[in-house]
Design a protein around this ligand. Structure first.
Ligand SMILES: [Zn+2]
Length: 211
């Protein structure tokens, strides 16, 4: 059992309860009915009668990341790796998120690497961390930094590299309506930030087997 250093995280984990002030389901359903009317439809027509209830349920699932702590997810178990200290890359972690500006989907893939310094976690934990942050209202930039931040904080590796490629439905469906354009963001810490060769190695490995 390794003790995880208890310094404050640079990234949000649990939201401040007072700020979220979660409403009751009836209140949420009323809000959905209002949005249906705003869209121009009639919330009382048959096909839409159950929609507010379904939307409320879907929101709890799609935004379930507020109830989970990524640091806790990473901190629970470390694996025995008998001296392995080279790059660990988890590539093509598919995710769905929602942009915090329009609350429409962001669909993409994350590539996450770190250079262990004694602590290694199960690979599924990395994917879980991406998933938790994705299940919150996001900007791609913030999400990229949050993933690298929490891994750096909890595992204290020699470096973390995160790259996210995503399509923003708010760009595809509204405004400038640019379909198929992908936004790329990256975040590097430690050796990845300081050593261009490590960055190149990361990008080469990410690109290596992609599509
Ligand atoms: Zn947006």
């Amino acid at each position: 059992m390794d003790a995880v250093a208890k310094k404050p995280l640079a990234v949000p984990t649990f939201m401040d309860k007072a700020e979220t002030d979660r409403p009751g389901e009836a209140e949420v359903e009323a809000a959905v009915r209002l949005l249906i009317r705003w869209a121009g439809d009639n919330p009382n027509r048959e096909g839409l009668l159950d929609t507010p209830r379904r939307v409320a349920k879907a929101y709890r699932e799609m935004f379930g990341g507020y109830d989970k702590c990524p640091a806790e997810e990473l901190g629970r178990t470390f694996e025995e790796v008998s001296g392995y200290d080279d790059l660990v890359l988890v590539r093509d972690i598919q995710f769905h998120s929602h942009c915090e500006h329009h609350m429409v989907p962001i669909v993409g893939r994350a590539h996450v690497a770190y250079l262990p310094d004694g602590k290694v976690v199960g690979l599924s934990k990395i994917a879980r961390v991406v998933d938790i942050f994705a299940h919150r209202l996001q900007t791609q930039e913030a999400m990229t930094a949050q993933i690298s931040g929490v891994i750096q904080e909890v595992l204290a590796p020699r470096g973390v590299a995160v790259m996210i490629e995503a399509e923003h439905m708010c760009m595809a469906m509204r405004g400038i309506r640019k379909q198929g354009s992908t936004t790329l963001t990256s975040s590097f810490t430690g050796a990845f930030r300081d050593n261009p060769e490590e960055q190149v190695r990361f990008i080469t490995m990410v690109r290596g087997g992609a599509g």
